[in-house]
Design a protein around this ligand. Structure first.
Ligand SMILES: O=C(O)CCC(=O)CC(=O)O
Length: 270
C-alpha cells in the first residue's frame, strides 16, 4: 500500500523495511517538495533501519484537503499515519517545515517520538511579513514566478550550474506542487512558534544545517539548538537548505552518528 485515508484526506506514503523489527526513522519534507528529496539518504540507511516517508497534505501525491492549515494539522496527519502503521515510536527527521511538524508532533504525541532530527529548521521560521509577501506572490502569480529565488536559498551556486539535471528536476518538483497546498503551508509556518516549547523537549535532539542555507541559516538553527536542553548541533559543509539532496553522504554520516547515540548512548567519552 502507498496511500492511506488519514483525517479524511488521502496521504501518499512509503514504508521501507519491517517497522516491527528495526528502529523506525520517519522523514518529513520541506515546503514545496515531496518525499523523493530523501532518496539519496535512505538508500544509505535502508537495511539498518525501517523507514517511513510521506507527502504532507498539499504536497506530492497527497490530497490538498481543506485550507487554511495549521502545523498541528500536518502533525495530526503524521500521528494518524504512524498509528495506522502501528509504529509505536520513531526517530522523526524533519526538514524545514518538516522540522516544525516534528516539533508539533512531539508536543501533541510525545509517545511517538524517540528522538528528533531538526534539519535546516528552527523553533520559528521567518516573519509574518515574509509569509504574507510569499502568499500574496503565489496567489497572484503562482509558484513558478518565484521559483528561481527559492532555488537560490535551497542550493549552493555549485549545485545551481545550468547544466545540472538535478537542478532542473528539483525545480520541476517545486513548480508542480499545488499552489493552494504551498500557500496554505506558508500560512501554517507563519503561525507556528515553538520558542516556549523548545525548552521542554526531553528527548535527544540533533539540529543540523547546511553552511549555505539561505532559508534557515546556521545562526538561526544554532539559536534553536541553544533553546533545547542537550541538543547537538552540526553543520554540513557546501550545502544549502536541502542537504539531503546536495550532500546526502555527509548528512547520512551525521545522522548515523546521532542514531548510534540515541540507540546505544554517547560512547565518545569512554
Ligand atoms: O523550506 C521550508 O519548509 C520553509 C522555509 C522556506 O521558506 C524555504 C524557502 O526559502 O523557500
Amino acid at each position: 500500500m502507498q496511500f492511506a485515508r488519514i483525517n479524511d484526506i488521502t496521504i501518499h506514503y512509503q514504508v521501507i523495511g519491517a517497522t516491527a523489527e528495526r528502529p523506525v526513522l520517519v522523514f518529513a519534507n520541506s515546503l514545496g517538495t515531496d518525499f523523493r528529496i530523501w532518496r539519496d539518504v535512505i538508500v544509505r540507511l535502508a537495511g539498518d533501519y525501517a523507514i517511513v516517508l510521506y507527502d504532507k497534505r498539499g504536497h506530492g501525491l497527497s490530497d490538498i484537503g481543506p485550507v487554511p492549515y495549521a502545523i498541528e494539522d500536518h502533525a495530526n496527519d503524521l500521528a494518524g499515519l504512524l498509528d495506522m502503521l502501528s509504529v509505536k515510536q520513531a526517530i522523526i527527521c524533519g526538514l524545514s517545515v518538516g522540522g516544525l511538524i516534528a516539533q508539533s508532533l512531539y508536543q501533541q504525541r510525545p509517545d511517538l517520538v524517540r528522538a528528533l532530527v531538526l534539519c535546516d529548521t528552527a523553533h520559528k521560521i521567518g516573519t509574518a511579513e515574509l509569509w504574507a509577501q510569499r502568499i500574496a506572490a503565489i496567489e497572484e502569480h503562482g509558484i513558478e514566478a518565484i521559483a528561481d529565488g527559492i532555488l537560490e536559498r535551497w542550493f549552493t551556486p555549485e549545485f545551481r550550474r545550468p547544466e545540472n539535471a538535478a537542478l532542473i528536476g528539483y525545480r520541476n518538483m517545486l513548480i508542480r506542487q499545488s499552489a493552494t497546498g504551498y500557500a496554505a503551508t506558508c500560512g501554517a509556518i507563519r503561525d507556528a512558534d515553538y520558542t516556549q516549547a523548545a525548552a521542554r523537549i526531553a528527548v535527544p535532539v540533533l539540529c543540523v544545517v547546511g553552511d549555505q542555507d539561505g532559508s534557515t541559516p546556521p545562526d538561526v538553527v544554532l539559536a534553536t539548538a541553544r533553546l533545547i536542553p542537550g541538543a547537538r548541533y552540526e553543520v554540513i559543509r557546501d550545502a544549502g537548505h536541502i542537504p539531503c539532496v546536495e550532500k546526502p553522504e555527509a548528512l547520512t554520516a551525521v545522522l548515523r552518528a546521532f542514531f548510534e547515540i540515541v540507540m546505544h548512548g554517547d560512547k565518545s567519552h569512554e
